[in-house]
Design a protein around this ligand. Structure first.
Ligand code: SAM
Length: 238
């Protein structure tokens, strides 16, 4: 997969895209990353990307011309799924990460100031929000989406199995997990996990996934497609 970002702060991506799983994915060739500076598509000495807002009001808006011209250049030889980050977009989630992981090329456009001139949004295939809050810019959103998408690419994680049980992959939160020591400050690792009985461990994990989801995210449980009987059984066994 190739991920490209268009931003007035391309330097913000350098560490994140070179570190840990993302960095290794790039070294192995599973991920290609290119950060573009929106100011490269300006034509004045100050490399101006923003302007005042028609009708008045505080702040500045990102002008349409640099974004349109950047996309003219960047998309002339190959298509891409174009994403614009905005608080008004579709809320980002695991299902969306899975869809985006199927793309060959993602081009992510990051806003700043009060956002973009309205005519820019029609350039995007998807408008994505990280959640119901306002960030100062779209760069962090692009990093979050890159990270969530990249770990789904084949061969990027140590074991492709590790994403199967992840929270949200099957509509539930992940079951509780433990490592050594067996007892820590009076808290014991559940006996079943030490038993070596894999059928019993799988059963326990399924039950605990349901219980944890019911406690922390009952909204997910309602949408999980699980039967009322299975949910009740898990909760009664708690
Ligand atoms: N005035 C805009 C509004 O109220 O919708 C907010 C602009 S925000 C200060 C600047 C940029 O940060 C946006 O153009 C967008 O790219 C990014 N941004 C802010 N909050 C975001 C969120 N929740 N999800 C994704 N991007 C966000």
């Amino acid at each position: 997969m190739r991920i490209e970002t268009l931003s007035i702060f391309p330097e913000m991506f350098e560490t994140v895209m070179a570190t840990s799983i993302l960095g290794r994915a790039r070294q192995r060739g599973a991920l290609e990353y290119v950060g573009h500076d929106l100011r490269n598509w300006t034509h004045d000495n100050h490399r101006t990307v923003d302007d005042e807002i028609y009708g008045g009001g505080p702040g500045q808006l990102l002008k349409p011309e640099p974004v349109y011209e950047a996309l003219d250049d960047l998309l002339k030889d190959a298509p891409a799924t174009v994403i614009i980050f905005t608080p008004g977009g579709e809320p980002f989630n695991q299902a969306m990460a899975e869809e985006l992981a199927c793309a060959q090329r993602l081009l992510m456009i990051c806003g700043r100031y009060e956002g973009f001139d309205e005519r820019v949004y029609s350039l995007a295939h998807r408008q994505i929000s990280l959640g119901d809050y306002v960030l100062t810019g779209g760069e962090l959103a692009a990093m979050v989406v890159s990270d969530a998408v990249c770990r789904l690419l084949p061969g990027v994680l140590g074991s492709d199995l590790s994403i199967v049980d992840d929270s949200f992959s099957q509509g539930l939160l992940e079951y509780p997990q433990y490592t050594r020591p067996e007892t820590y400050r009076g808290q014991q690792v559940p006996e079943v996990l030490l038993s070596g009985n894999h059928a019993a461990i799988d059963k326990w994990r399924r039950k605990m996934s349901i219980i944890k989801t019911a406690e922390l995210r009952p909204d997910l449980l309602a949408a999980s497609g699980l039967s009322e009987a299975e949910i009740q059984k898990a909760l009664e066994e708690e």
